[in-house]
Ligand binder design. Structure first.
Ligand SMILES: Cc1cc2nc3c(=O)[nH]c(=O)nc-3n(C[C@H](O)[C@H](O)[C@H](O)COP(=O)(O)O)c2cc1C
Length: 222
């Protein structure tokens, strides 16, 4: 598999097989991903690979908070407070694609909510990864982090695994830190579901569109 093939094969997967993921495979993935570039070679990534009872405990607590109506307080705003065009439409379309794939009607709020809640279970993946960043670093480290995260996801593809990067898993950072015994200065960047794709599940049966190169690039040579 070459880089292009891996880039095109990666997609967000939201239904997984129960099959566990061997620790050696996760170590191989991280062992390659650690070669991602970072400003001044700071290597700001700190990863918690969570499975089994630890995963179940975190998920149960997040879900309980959500169901109690307590909205999360992420460590940083991942999304804008106000959505403007064209991002608003893209976000809307993204949601519609998901609900259409699952046959959920627009006004079926209960089923939509149930689907959203699956976020807090890492969509049933056997592994949830949590990615932390030392708060004493600066915004630039988030660039480094993005490169690291994509490297993790591409390596997962090479290993026959699937992922879903998840901002939802970072909505209740205090719970995650408490369960993992981490200090407050470890900012939770995002989570990621990791496992083997349930290829027959309709939620995994669509691909999201992209703008063509001409829509976001200008070549200037005079
Ligand atoms: C940092 C990050 C956070 C994301 N958070 C979520 C999430 O919480 N829940 C979810 O279902 N998808 C999440 N996604 C997946 C995006 O919806 C997905 O990447 C986008 O729709 C493009 O689709 P693709 O990944 O299949 O190419 C996230 C993606 C990124 C990069």
């Amino acid at each position: 598999m070459n880089v292009r093939e891996a880039l095109l094969a990666r997609k967000s997967v939201r239904a997984f097989l129960e099959r566990p993921v061997a620790r050696e495979i996760i170590e191989r993935i991280l062992d390659a991903a650690r070669h991602a570039p970072s400003g001044a070679n700071t290597q700001p990534w700190q990863v918690a690979v969570v499975a089994g009872h630890a995963k179940a405990r975190i998920e149960a607590r997040m879900l309980a908070e959500f169901r109690a109506g307590r909205r999360g307080r992420p460590d940083y705003p991942y999304y804008p407070a106000e959505w403007r065009s064209p991002y608003r439409e893209r976000r809307f379309d993204c949601g519609m694609q998901l609900y259409e794939a699952l046959g959920i009607a627009r006004d079926d709020k209960a089923t939509r909510l149930a689907q959203w809640e699956r976020n807090y279970r890492a969509f049933g993946a056997p592994v949830a990864m949590f990615f932390f960043l030392d708060r004493r670093l600066a915004q630039g480290s988030l660039l480094d982090y993005g490169m690291f995260l994509q490297s993790v996801m591409l390596m997962a593809v090479e290993e026959g695994l699937a992922t879903c990067p998840q901002a939802a898993l970072a909505e209740y950072p205090d719970i995650v830190r408490e369960e993992l015994g981490l200090a407050d200065e470890m900012m939770l960047v995002c989570g990621m579901a990791l496992g083997y794709e349930d290829a027959g599940h309709p939620v995994n049966g669509y691909r999201t569109p992209r703008e063509p190169v001409s829509a976001f690039t200008r070549f200037i040579d005079e």
